[in-house]
Ligand binder design. Structure first.
Ligand SMILES: Cc1cc2nc3c(=O)[nH]c(=O)nc-3n(C[C@H](O)[C@H](O)[C@H](O)COP(=O)(O)O)c2cc1C
Length: 171
């Protein structure tokens, strides 16, 4: 797929084929996450790759019972490991940094025929307990990954004119 096609065709996938993910595919998508930009190049991320059926079931429960999360062959738990960077002098950069690297991963996955869904609705303490994540590390997202059963329908976006303005901010 060319870059534009990857961006345009990616969808959140919530139904996965019962098929293991090729190790090479998994490595490639983590490699895409590794190469993401970050404030001061701090790279404040760590990805826990969960394949254990028991842990996947527990994680799905911790995600408010979103069952599809546990049905994926792999769940990647995206964590923030570091602090220190700031944006505009006021906003901590780690959530942004980790979000960028997750986005790299999502797009690289789609390019390789893998579906993902960014899952932000979860009980952080429970996920930390299941995956033995240290207290100072934050969980940013759960990412179920697997080969899609089918490509979901497009979800609408606001038009370009509504999301940009020229020279100054305007509604
Ligand atoms: C920060 C964030 C949190 C999200 N949390 C959830 C979630 O908990 N469960 C879910 O099914 N989808 C979740 N999504 C996926 C969005 O619903 C989805 O990206 C959006 O509806 C657009 O659809 P698309 O990804 O297919 O383009 C989340 C996405 C983001 C970026």
């Amino acid at each position: 797929m060319d870059f534009k096609e990857v961006i345009q065709s990616r969808r959140s996938v919530r139904k996965f084929r019962a098929e293991e993910i090729e190790e090479e595919d998994l490595r490639e998508i983590l490699e895409a996450a590794r190469l993401a930009p970050s404030a001061n190049n701090l790279q404040p991320w760590k990805f826990v790759v969960v394949k254990s059926d028991k842990k996947k079931r527990l994680i799905a429960q911790a995600a408010g019972g979103q069952e599809f999360v546990g049905e994926a062959p792999v769940i990647i738990v995206a964590c923030a490991t570091g602090r220190g960077g700031f944006i505009g002098g006021y906003m901590e950069s780690w959530p942004v940094d980790v979000a960028i690297s997750i986005t790299h991963l999502l797009l690289a996955a789609w390019d390789r025929g893998l579906g993902t869904c960014w899952v932000g609705d979860f009980d952080e303490d429970k996920v930390k307990e299941i995956c033995e994540i240290p207290p100072e590390v934050r969980v940013v997202a759960l990412i179920p990954v697997g080969y899609p059963v089918k490509v979901p329908q497009e979800v609408p976006r606001r038009p370009l004119e509504k999301i940009m303005s020229k020279d100054v901010f305007s509604d």
